[in-house]
Design a protein around this ligand. Structure first.
Ligand SMILES: Cc1cc2nc3c(=O)[nH]c(=O)nc-3n(C[C@H](O)[C@H](O)[C@H](O)COP(=O)(O)OP(=O)(O)OC[C@H]3O[C@@H](n4cnc5c(N)ncnc54)[C@H](O)[C@@H]3O)c2cc1C
Length: 396
């Protein structure tokens, strides 16, 4: 088979890979995007989840001229109520307190992916190859690197790995990662309830794991998406499986009125993959391929999007100065810029889960104290809101 040749090869057309390709196209830079799945699978409704897109991320899509379209199907989050178990001592994050618009938006993954896929298909700067999987990378020679795929060789100068938490590209490039199994499962489903959610999201912490209710965009605002995390020891027992709905109803406690309908329930085992180095030779990682974090704060996608944004800006700047995209100083700048943002979120989500998902007395007092402290300090509250909204960037 004839060798294909592309300066920038992107492996993985999930939400991050597709967005990165569109960012490059927006700057009129050609990329080749591959995915092991068929176009049909990539467009079919297979992801029943919703994603909480932060205010900062919505602004990134605005710059790509996509937000006007995406916003129509996105539910603005106006308030987030945080509680330790079922009690009324909620910490309230209200968008009105920071004056930056909604705290974030809940978007349906199927709708989101479909729009990104259509944009990718229509772009003259993106060459998309479905059914294409990298088997081996040969990048001893940086001027003549080759990805051996099931569809034949692809020559590249820069390989951007966006192939998710189990990234094979990361393995091929020999980039080490840290792994931790949370021994928890996230159950994801949608409910329709009697009352309107009025744009309110709820995060409740239980010793067995956190439960998030995310407001969905529907005509009557009476649907929410649920991400309920339960430790595996409990959630894999037959008794739990048999009583799933009743157990959920107990912790939901009619927050938005009685539940009228449950959608199908999908289970995601939770673990963390995080890399200490984000690149090697001419391979660079973005999104879940670089760090796949606990969904406790709904930040994994937003973090990956910032990887994509920063990397695409750097490549553009380097190209403007006539420097090849695999230049080592580009990777150094990428690592330096992304280090704090990634490590703060990886640490925060990991420790939040540890602190809140247990019934240890010390942890219980610590989290009550934490909730009280944050709710009493306008400064802390506003800073944490701005950080979660993706509007505070930490750089070193
Ligand atoms: C239950 C749950 C809820 C979540 N909720 C939120 C939320 O509310 N907000 C938020 O910000 N984040 C959330 N996240 C995290 C978010 O879903 C991920 O961070 C995001 O989807 C990662 O996207 P990605 O494109 O990097 O990877 P993926 O979506 O995994 O895409 C990887 C792509 O690569 C392709 N691929 C894989 N291997 C190969 C290969 N060898 N060759 C070619 N192609 C390959 C796959 O087919 C796929 O298309 C949640 C995660 C979970 C588990």
């Amino acid at each position: 088979m004839k060798k294909k040749k592309h300066d920038i090869l992107v492996c993985g057309s999930g939400m991050i890979g597709m967005t990165f390709a569109l960012m490059m196209a927006h700057k009129k830079i050609n990329v080749c995007l591959i995915d092991r799945s068929s176009s049909n699978v990539l467009q079919k409704k297979i992801d029943s989840r919703t994603t909480a897109i932060s205010q900062g991320s919505s602004r990134i899509y605005n710059k790509l001229n996509l937000w006007n379209y995406l916003r129509k199907e996105s539910q603005p989050i106006l308030k987030i109520l945080v509680g330790d178990g079922i009690n009324n001592e909620n910490l309230i994050f209200n968008h009105e307190e920071v004056n930056e618009g909604p705290l974030g938006f809940i978007i349906n993954n199927n709708f989101f992916k479909k729009k990104l896929f259509n944009e990718v298909s229509q772009s003259k700067f993106i060459k998309f190859y479905p059914n294409t999987e990298i088997k081996k990378i040969n990048n001893e020679n940086l001027d003549n690197s080759v990805a051996e795929t099931n569809q034949g060789p692809i020559e590249f100068k820069l390989l951007v790995a966006a192939d998710g938490r189990f990234s094979n590209t990361r393995f091929q490039a020999d980039i080490k990662y840290r792994f931790h199994d949370y021994k928890q499962n996230a159950f994801v489903f949608n409910i329709s309830h009697k009352n309107s959610h009025k744009g309110i999201a709820l995060e409740r912490f239980f010793p067995t794991g956190p439960m998030a209710l995310l407001p969905m965009k529907t005509k009557d605002l009476k649907n929410s998406s649920v991400v309920w995390t339960v430790e595996s020891e409990i959630s894999e027992k037959q008794k739990f499986k048999n009583n799933f709905r009743d157990e959920f109803i107990k912790i939901y406690s009619d927050f938005f009125g009685k539940i009228k309908e449950f959608s199908t329930i999908n289970k995601y085992p939770l673990n963390i993959y995080s890399c200490n180095e984000y690149s090697k030779k001419n391979v660079v990682l973005i999104g879940d391929a670089c760090q796949a974090i606990h969904p406790i704060a709904g930040q994994g996608f937003n973090l990956g999007l910032r990887d994509a944004k920063y990397l695409s800006d750097l490549i553009y700047e380097f190209k403007e100065h006539g420097i090849e995209p695999f230049n080592n100083s580009l990777f150094k700048m990428y690592e330096k810029n992304r280090f704090m943002d990634k490590n703060i979120l990886i640490g925060a989500t990991h420790n939040l889960n540890r602190l809140f998902s247990n019934s240890n007395r010390i942890s219980m007092s610590l989290r009550r104290l934490g909730i009280q402290l944050v709710s009493k300090s306008d400064f802390f509250k506003n800073q944490s809101m701005l950080f979660a909204m993706g509007l505070r960037n930490f750089e070193i």
